[in-house]
Design a protein around this ligand. Structure first.
Ligand code: ADP
Ligand code: MG
Length: 311
């Protein structure tokens, strides 16, 4: 999935269980990727505008979730962003800046409402020819949830998995205390944090412009696109972290919230049950939703950030 996976499993069969998870992640990637040939999402995309395609339970579940979060975010997360992701070459070795005319043309294809899901017959279809579903903003979350399920099925009571910006934990640490998950400093190196959330049985998912980007003529183009403009989202955030129960939810929500920005994003997340967030703004301020008060610890070694406790 284009990222490093780290697992910590406390169990006498840890090695074996870790291997099972690796296999499952590879299986999910093979079914849902659009960066390699084959798989179910490529089949769906290849028959866009023509016909329904039968999908496996897991692909159907992720597609349905993606459609749901597109809906409730009013298209800030849009699962049909694929044509633009491809045009920008975000996942390729040669990212590029498409012509404005090309972007405007491709924008016509971006509309999550065109994802038709026929659950009764386990199939889906894209309404218009040329439409492309991209699960890049949500599939990692699903994979993390599946890892947690595999840990549980194998009798594990304490585990941690990290995949890029996605972390999920099962239980607490082996000593029973909560896991302490660092929230990365968007401006710093990989090991530098702005704070810590202490959690058990939760997922902590971050999105930010630092995850994947390219530079051209001194301008940085990052990988989260605004489905309304077709360009990298001009967010007032440099990063956002979602804390919730399911990683698939947190993954879609972190991408959506990044696009929405601080104010709308705050309103959006506060309106959802069981979902909390940490926002890091371009002017180096940190905001949290109410439910994180006792869970988030501001710890900024760089001394560059200001923690704004009440809005
Ligand atoms: P990461 O964990 O890699 O930082 P995100 O979860 O934020 O990523 O998702 C970014 C990926 O999602 C992009 O690489 C692209 O494939 C896809 N994407 C980009 N913009 C959007 C969007 N507005 N809605 C849905 N998916 C998007
Ligand atoms: Mg995401």
């Amino acid at each position: 999935m284009g990222t490093v996976v780290i697992q910590r499993i406390y169990h006498k069969e840890a090695e074996k269980i870790g291997e099972k998870v690796k296999k499952r992640i590879a299986e999910i990637e093979a079914k849902m990727t659009i960066n390699k040939p084959g798989g179910e999402i490529n089949a769906l995309n290849d028959t866009s505008g023509k016909d329904y395609v039968v999908l496996g339970d897991d692909t159907l579940y992720v597609l349905d979730k993606a459609r749901h979060f597109s809906d409730i975010s009013n298209g800030a997360f849009d699962v049909t962003i694929g044509p633009l992701v491809k045009a920008w070459g975000i996942w390729s070795d040669n990212p590029r800046i498409p012509q404005k005319s090309e972007i405007d043309e491709l924008l016509e294809l971006v509309d999550y409402k065109d994802v038709l899901i026929d659950k009764d017959n386990s199939r889906a279809m894209l309404k218009k020819t040329g439409q492309v579903v991209d699960l890049g903003g949500i599939a990692k979350g699903y994979a993390a949830d599946e890892a947690i399920n595999i840990y549980k099925e194998n009798g594990v009571e304490s585990a941690f998995i990290s995949m890029g910006g996605n972390v999920a934990v099962l239980g607490g640490k082996p000593d029973g205390s909560p896991w302490r998950i660092g929230i990365r400093n968007p401006k710093g190196s990989q090991g530098s944090y702005i704070g810590i959330v202490s959690v058990k049985d939760k997922t902590v998912v971050s999105s930010g412009e630092y995850e994947r980007f390219f530079e051209k003529d001194g301008v940085r183009y990052h990988h989260i696109l605004d489905p309304k403009t077709g360009y990298p989202a001009e967010s007032d955030l440099t990063g956002v972290t979602i804390v919730s129960d399911l990683s698939i939810d947190a993954d879609a929500l972190s991408t959506a919230t990044f696009v929405l920005g601080l104010e709308e994003g705050m309103r959006f997340i506060e309106g959802l049950d069981g979902v909390e967030a940490v926002f890091i703004t371009k002017d180096d301020k940190i905001y949290i939703t109410g439910g994180l008060k006792n869970i988030f610890e501001f710890k900024d070694e760089s001394k560059e950030f200001e923690y704004v406790e009440k809005r």
